[in-house]
Design a protein around this ligand. Structure first.
Ligand SMILES: NC(=O)c1ccc[n+]([C@@H]2O[C@H](COP(=O)([O-])OP(=O)(O)OC[C@H]3O[C@@H](n4cnc5c(N)ncnc54)[C@H](O)[C@@H]3O)[C@@H](O)[C@H]2O)c1
Length: 274
């Protein structure tokens, strides 16, 4: 990693949902590039251990135990980061997923399935972005916000309607935020992963469906968390200094296929059930 080319040494970053999976990879790659990180997670012991891993890379790191569905916890995260680091230069809004729900087709799905998933993916992104943007504007420092969406927000996803709708909302929210914050020197972009080997995704990928899942992607493999982290760090860096309002898919080329269809986790789950 050419740290000086990226310009991330000494920057102060927040990563939400950084206790495992993609968020952990984002926090640790930012740390390798020289940024200090606030590692926020609803699971305190996961946050602790990732902050420890980041400190071992030679940067400052703090764990912040927070349920980011609560505005008070978002405020606590901002306050803890400013107290320890004095600024927020980079914020990655990564919290999301199915929130413990199993996939459900729309007909017959529960209210809780819709409400919980839209809250976790869209409302949490809004609550965090609002607070991070306000802190960046108040300190008059140029900043970067990166929202994590999904290719499920760009194509239909059977079994995951609220997830797809919320992730599509995150893409639209990113465009609006980029326009509102551009005059303050704050860039806002979105990264859309597809089937990354994280604890959440590995519940659906089995030895039986792994090969067919990988073969559906032009690059012929599932993504690793670090594949997505590379794009997050690139967007956070000086190399992307004139890029804002964009959504970049990190999907191994899946969406370029003429016959591409996002079968969704319902498809993978069906393959698991005899
Ligand atoms: N894994 C994939 O294939 C994939 C594909 C597309 C998009 N994504 C998106 O990437 C992001 C991360 O996914 P992942 O697979 O790493 O998920 P994950 O479930 O493995 O990790 C999510 C982390 O967020 C934390 N978290 C959950 N709720 C929280 C809350 N209310 N407050 C604070 N922390 C909370 C969890 O404790 C966990 O550490 C999500 O937004 C997801 O929608 C993932």
């Amino acid at each position: 990693m050419t740290a000086s080319l990226l310009g991330l040494e000494g920057k102060k970053a927040i990563v939400t949902g950084a206790g495992q999976g993609l968020g952990r990879a984002f926090a640790l790659l930012l740390a390798r590039a020289g940024a200090s990180v606030a590692v926020a997670d609803i699971d305190a012991s996961l946050a602790d251990s990732v902050a420890k891993e980041a400190r071992a890379l030679g940067v400052g790191a703090i764990p912040v135990h927070a349920d980011l569905r609560r505005d008070a916890d978002v405020a606590k995260l901002v306050a803890a980061t400013l107290e320890r680091f004095g600024a927020i230069d980079i914020a990655v809004n990564n919290v999301g997923g199915l929130g413990g729900h199993k996939v459900q087709l729309v007909a017959g799905s529960s209210d809780a399935f819709w409400d919980d998933i839209v809250e976790l993916n869209l409302r949490v992104t809004f609550l965090c972005a609002r607070a991070f943007a306000a802190a960046m504007i108040a300190r008059r420092t140029p900043g970067v916000i990166i929202n994590i969406t999904s290719v499920a927000g760009m194509r239909g996803s059977p079994g995951m309607a609220p997830y797809g709708a919320a992730k599509a909302g995150v893409i639209q929210f990113t465009e609006t935020l980029a326009q509102e914050l551009g005059p303050h020197g704050i860039r806002v972009n979105c990264v859309a992963p597809f089937r990354v080997e994280t604890p959440a995704m590995l519940k659906y990928v089995t030895p039986e469906n792994r090969e067919s899942t990988a073969q559906a992607v032009p690059l012929r493999r599932l993504a690793k968390p670090d594949d997505v982290a590379g794009m997050v760090v690139a967007l956070a860096s000086d190399l992307a200094r004139h890029v804002t309002g964009q959504t970049i898919a990190v999907d191994g080329g899946a969406m370029t296929l003429p016959g591409y269809s996002q079968t969704g986790l319902a498809g993978l789950q069906a393959q698991r059930q005899p």
